[in-house]
Design a protein around this ligand. Structure first.
Ligand SMILES: O=c1ccn([C@@H]2O[C@H](COP(=O)(O)OP(=O)(O)O[C@H]3O[C@H](CO)[C@@H](O)[C@H](O)[C@H]3O)[C@@H](O)[C@H]2O)c(=O)[nH]1
Ligand SMILES: [Mn+2]
Length: 297
């Protein structure tokens, strides 16, 4: 559908990636993007509380059907059984109310808003994958929704056609040599194992977005990595900087309200101001903060 809106979109398949989706949205907004933000999610695995959090930062919250790979054997080749429903990304092509989508994984932080990606004259574009750079990484993609691609990819998903069992394998087979290659700066995937420090120093100022691929996300591992000075540590630190800018203050405030609560001898008015304090702060606090301690260290 020509003339539709252009949006950034991400995907949320579980509450466990909520901190990622929130940080991504804030990073784009803080960088003053002029585009709207959309999140596709599966209602059977994302809580109502998480949706409330998402609505505070996303313009469009779009429920989509889960697309599960019924033949997940290839997923085990990369030890990522958790990606059984990554095919759900195919729903992006069905969003024909939008003329162009810049899709971004929930484990990405934007250093600047790459609005120029909406203007590239190609139906599909993506950046190289560091594991095998002839392939593209499917964590950042510029795509044009249309039902023909959607049905063709759904047919592949139905048959479990994907060399890695997930969306990246399927998409690389579908678009094969027919895609526009984006610069790595749009999807910088740091590795704790191979760090090309001189190149990082040389090109650091041109980074557009950083993508934390692999099973260990910044919000799972905590802040420890962000304290060092390696390129990897520095990039993890950038993720936490966005997180803290929007959520840390509120958490500190919450702690200030909490000790009073255990007091039994509070007057009615003290009690009332206590509840008011908590209610006000909780309104703006992400669900993930209340989930566990890993994120608070
Ligand atoms: O439990 C989960 C798992 C995934 N996701 C969503 O799915 C995306 C992909 O999963 P992720 O853990 O980010 O995968 P990567 O470690 O980045 O692995 C690579 O391989 C995946 C499978 O092909 C691709 O989807 C990725 O883009 C590619 O970078 C996430 O960003 C989220 O948007 C969830 O919401 N919850
Ligand atoms: Mn990812």
């Amino acid at each position: 559908m020509a003339g539709g809106e252009q949006v950034y979109a991400t995907l949320l398949l579980s509450d466990s990636y909520l901190p990622g989706a929130l940080v991504l949205a804030h990073s784009l907004r803080d960088a003053r993007s002029t585009k709207k933000l959309a999140v596709l999610l599966t209602l059977d695995s994302v809580s109502a509380e998480a949706i409330t959090q998402l609505k505070a930062v996303y313009d469009y919250v779009l429920p989509v059907p889960r697309i599960r790979n019924s033949q997940p054997a290839n997923l085990e080749l990369m030890n990522r059984g958790d990606l059984h429903s990554a095919f759900t990304k195919i729903n992006l092509w069905k969003q024909v109310q939008f003329s162009k989508i810049v899709y971004i994984d929930a484990d990405v932080v934007a250093y600047r808003a790459p609005d120029e990606l909406f203007d590239i004259p190609h139906a599909f574009a993506a950046a190289p994958d560091i594991g095998w750079p002839d392939l593209f990484n499917s964590g950042v993609m510029v795509l044009t929704p249309n039902m023909a691609d959607y049905y063709a990819m759904m047919a592949m998903a139905d048959k479990g056609i994907s060399f890695d069992g997930a969306d990246q394998g399927l998409l690389n087979m579908y678009f094969a040599n027919d895609y526009h290659r984006l610069r790595f700066s749009y999807n910088v995937t740091p590795s704790a194992h191979y760090q090309y420090v001189p190149a990082y120093r040389h090109l650091r100022s041109s980074i557009n977005m950083v993508h934390f691929i692999g099973a260990n996300k910044p919000w799972f591992t905590g802040r420890y990595a962000s304290q060092g000075s390696s390129p990897f540590d520095e990039m993890v630190g950038r993720w936490w900087a966005v997180y803290d800018r929007h959520y840390k203050v509120k958490y500190t405030l919450l702690r200030r309200c909490r000790p009073l609560r255990k007091h039994h001898s509070l007057s009615t008015s003290q009690n009332r101001s206590q509840s008011k304090c908590l209610a006000g702060i909780l309104k703006g606090i992400p669900y993930s903060l209340k989930l566990g301690s890993s994120i608070m260290n």
